[in-house]
Write a protein of this length. Structure first.
Lengths: 100, 168
């Protein structure tokens, strides 16, 4: 049996990779993809704990996370399209309307 | 499955998963990042099967690798004009500091997991994680969140159309 800690550590590293991507990348779409990566690592944690405890509650939560991620992707990509249409760029550093 | 075979399968999925996830961050071209993310989702589905989450592995491939990533690729094709160059820009100080902060977060979480101990997996019922078992749970204990999800998806559809459309 692979112990639960291996799955948890894998999820933690995956979350870290996503977090680094969100902080470092400038392209809005890639930042978005890294957020999806972080959501997936959270899912992996839920499923690892569900397997460890032998209950199915984690599976239900992971199901809802997938549904919310789908909704979030649809709305987020619509926002990306709207930003690109008004500013002509995907750079997150250029979108500074609230800063001034 | 024997212990040894299970750990071999785990590493077969885990190592390419980490590499493809890292490539999402490293790749300069967003299309490469998206394809690499699709690969990461497939490997993650394999890990889900190891965790006896058969329904979630199926949904992972269907919804994430299928629907969401196709949406991403559509938007990338729509917005990337092709003549923009993917040159390596100089990292700002805040970005470097943020990356180190992320590494610190991972270190803290990993040390917490280490203190948690190994955590031996118990034996589970043969229908653990199947469509029947999870579906029964969703339609009894989680019925209200399940219905709220349908409302959420409807709102997301309408919102996406309203935000992305030029003239309503």
């Amino acid at each position: 049996m692979v112990p639960a800690s291996y799955y948890l550590a894998l999820a933690a590293v995956l979350f870290g990779i996503g977090l680094v991507g969100v902080v470092v990348k400038r392209n809005m779409l890639v930042v978005f993809m890294c957020i999806e990566l972080m959501l997936n690592s959270a899912n992996l944690t839920f499923l690892a704990f569900a397997r460890r405890l032998g209950t199915l509650g984690g599976h239900a939560i992971a199901f809802f996370v997938i549904a919310v991620a789908a909704a979030e992707a649809a709305v987020g990509l619509a926002i990306v399209i709207a930003v690109f249409r008004t500013r002509g760029t995907l750079d997150v550093g250029e979108v500074t309307l609230l800063k001034s | 499955m024997s212990d040894r075979a299970e750990s071999v399968v785990f590493w077969i999925f885990a190592i390419p998963l980490l590499f493809s996830a890292a490539w999402v961050v490293v790749a300069q071209n967003p299309v490469n990042a998206a394809i690499s993310l699709v690969a990461a989702f497939f490997f993650l589905a394999g890990i889900y099967v190891l965790l006896a989450a058969h329904l979630l592995a199926f949904l992972q491939v269907l919804v994430y690798a299928g629907a969401i990533m196709v949406l991403f690729l559509f938007v990338i094709m729509l917005l990337t004009t092709g003549d923009e160059e993917f040159h390596r820009v100089r990292l700002r100080f805040t970005q470097v500091a943020g990356a180190f902060g992320a590494a610190g977060v991972v270190a803290v979480v990993l040390s917490a997991i280490y203190q948690l101990g190994d955590g031996e997996m118990p034996r589970v019922a043969p229908d653990f994680g199947t469509l029947k078992a999870v579906g029964r749970l969703l339609y009894t204990q989680y019925l209200l969140p399940f219905e709220a999800t349908s409302l959420l998806l409807l709102v997301a559809i309408v919102g996406a159309v309203v935000v992305a459309k030029q003239r309503i």
